[in-house]
Ligand binder design. Structure first.
Ligand code: ADP
Length: 344
């Protein structure tokens, strides 16, 4: 049977929207189940305990880092710990000032408001957030022109938890209002991802040997959501081929998905190949790369580049993107002479 796999399957990177159910099933329900990010966990523990001792709602918190690293999960864990009700929304979902005003005025004391993708919040709406975050008030302008007047509504105490993949797009006034702290989520180690995959396999009832978990981990872009997604694809492979999920079966399943031994997908390789073959290895601007491979700039910047840079295959220079000799080697392309010295 030769059917065309859906796009997410080809890309080897889960689509957050399509994999929401998987996210929910496998989402850690306690701090112990939340593996890694130890520094953040310790800081949050101190922040939450101090707020609890003072009988106050915790201060506003910002999480940033590439998709799938566990920002939303942290917000859920904080809500659980503080026994707070969590209202979830996202930057693009808040289209009008009135949308935000209605969310804020409907909060109950102690609630957590989670805003995902906060960098996509419209600037006018952002300004409503400032007094709400700082002084717990909502300024509403009634009327227009000289007769316009502002009325101020007192809001119940609440904690804003925001997440973004693009911290650089946040204005500094907004950033400075996260008085509880701004936390950068780090990529995970292979060992941490292997533990996450093993836990997920147990929940999904999939027998998975330790070396098979490690094989999935090593191709998971250091990212829990990708690891869980690849595990699910491997489970399908094992079911259909009627095989157990050992290291070899994992390798076969992932190769079939075009996820190579470094965890690169066909899109990652297309980026590197385009820079090498069309632009002599760079430097080349992001727009040009995006046009060359018909990929969205935001996807390159938020999903592919952080991983390629982390692996040391790509560099960002003031003049644009540039591949490294390691990228040539990985793709089996001879390293040009002018780059060979860098190898020493
Ligand atoms: P983000 O909000 O950063 O995009 P999520 O919090 O939605 O990421 O995480 C995606 C999925 O990855 C979660 O549902 C969970 O199953 C898994 N996950 C993320 N971080 C961890 C972790 N530290 N330990 C275990 N699983 C995790």
């Amino acid at each position: 049977m030769s059917s065309t796999p859906p796009k997410t399957q080809e890309s080897g990177i889960p689509d957050a929207r399509e994999d929401r159910n998987l996210d929910q099933t496998l989402r850690p329900a306690s701090w112990d189940e939340y593996i890694g990010q130890e520094g953040i966990k310790t800081n949050l523990h101190i922040l939450l305990t101090a707020a609890k001792n003072r009988n106050q709602t915790p201060e506003h918190i910002l999480f940033y880092g590439p998709p799938g690293l566990g920002k939303t999960t942290l917000a859920h864990l904080i809500a659980r710990e503080t026994r707070a009700q969590m209202r979830m929304t996202s930057g693009p979902a808040i289209e009008k000032v009135g949308d935000l005003a209605s969310i804020l005025t409907n909060l109950s004391p102690g609630d957590i408001l989670f805003i995902d993708e906060i960098h996509r919040l419209n600037k006018l709406i952002e300004e409503i957030l400032y007094p709400a975050m700082e002084s717990g008030v909502l300024d509403i302008i009634i009327g227009k022109g000289p007769s316009a007047r502002t009325i101020q509504l007192e809001l119940p105490p609440f904690t804003l938890i925001a997440a973004t993949t693009r911290i650089s797009l946040l204005s500094s006034p907004l950033r400075s209002r996260f008085s509880g702290g701004t936390f950068r989520l780090e990529f995970y180690t292979d060992e941490e991802i292997a533990r996450i995959v093993s836990r997920s396999a147990t929940i999904l009832g999939v027998p998975l040997a330790d070396d098979a978990a490690m094989e999935i981990a090593s191709r998971s872009r250091f990212t829990p959501r990708t690891a869980n997604y690849l595990l699910k694809r491997c489970r399908d492979f094992a079911d259909v081929r009627e095989t157990t999920l050992d290291k070899r079966a994992v390798g076969d399943a992932l190769t079939l998905l075009s996820v190579d031994t470094l965890g690169l997908t066909s899109a990652d390789r297309a980026i590197l190949r385009a820079i090498i073959e069309k632009f002599h290895g760079g430097p080349v601007g992001l727009k040009t790369v995006a046009a060359a491979i018909a990929e969205e700039e935001s996807a390159i910047e938020e999903v592919h580049e952080p991983y390629l840079m982390r692996l040391g295959l790509l560099e960002r220079t003031p003049r644009g993107r540039q591949v490294t000799p390691k990228a040539y080697e990985h793709l089996g392309i001879p390293v040009p002479e002018h780059l060979q010295t860098t190898l020493l």
